[in-house]
Design a protein around this ligand. Structure first.
Ligand code: IPE
Ligand code: IPE
Ligand code: MG
Length: 248
């Protein structure tokens, strides 16, 4: 197991959980079997992140573009999500984890949304870790809805256009108040963002692995964090400046 510097852990890890379908296809099974396998990885990664004391974990579970998949797969994913939320409530309570959802809530089927809202409500005061589930989430959509809200505030006279800065935009994103991801992981071998946290990832360290999500477990997460800890984050400065300032 890689040795980690516990004083230099990422504050926020975001994961594009990709490769469930291929994992199942490799085994000659229907894609949903891969999604089920993926739930076990979710449980292990949430547990590990919590144990490490990392404050925020954001998991990309369903994109705005994933609605284009065959209806049966979408239905199965929504069903799986509902079961997951129902079964995880007690674990989240035990581990002091607070659930939040990022995305277009109104597109989530009512019976799933009800459970989701219940879990969010019941875990709201937990302070150990924030687990963000990105559901019907798209980075572009998130920016558009933020711009719409700000435009409304301008029309109402609550804010002037000149006062719109990065902080104002951030306050209107789903991730308002949270630190940007320091480390973004994508499993499944693709090296793209697929519309995930477009604004927030501007300085995230990216980590791509060929491991398919249902195979991605504790040790793989530790490897990704260890790799992150070897990088120098310069934020536009020179290497020497970065060494002196120790920006996160
Ligand atoms: C990720 O796995 C899960 C979702 C997008 C819901 P995929 O279902 O995309 O798996 P692959 O990429 O087809 O293997
Ligand atoms: C990204 O995976 C979305 C999630 C992991 C939820 P996709 O499988 O949808 O991404 P593309 O289509 O390969 O870019
Ligand atoms: Mg995929």
């Amino acid at each position: 197991m890689p040795k980690l510097d516990t004083a230099a852990l990422p504050r926020h890890i975001a994961i594009i959980m990709d490769g469930n379908g291929r994992w199942a296809e490799q085994r000659g099974k229907p894609r949903i079997v891969g999604h089920r396998g993926g739930v076990e990885s979710v449980q292990e990664i949430v547990r590990t992140t919590r144990e490490l004391g990392i404050g925020v974990l954001t998991l990309y579970a369903f994109s705005t573009e994933n609605w284009k998949r065959p209806p049966l797969e979408v239905q199965a994913l929504m069903g799986l999500l509902k079961t997951f939320l129902e079964s995880e409530l007690s674990t989240m309570a035990q581990n002091n984890v607070s659930l939040r959802c990022l995305g277009q809530k109104d597109r989530i089927p009512l019976e799933v949304r009800k459970v989701m809202e219940q879990v969010i409500k019941e875990t709201a005061s937990n302070s150990g870790m924030i687990l963000n589930l990105a559901l019907s989430y798209g980075g572009r959509d998130e920016i558009i809805q933020a711009v719409q809200q700000i435009a409304r505030e301008c029309v109402d006279g609550a804010i002037s256009p000149e006062a719109i800065d990065q902080a104002v935009l951030e306050q209107h994103l789903y991730t308002a108040g949270l630190p940007d991801p320091d480390l973004m992981i994508r499993t499944g071998g693709e090296t793209r963002l697929s519309n995930f946290l477009l604004w927030q990832a501007s300085y995230a360290e990216l980590y791509f692995t060929k491991i398919l999500w249902p195979d991605f477990r504790k040790n793989d997460l530790l490897h990704a964090i260890s790799d992150f800890q070897k990088r120098q984050r310069r934020f536009g400065k020179t290497g020497t400046q970065a060494e002196q300032t120790h920006d996160y």
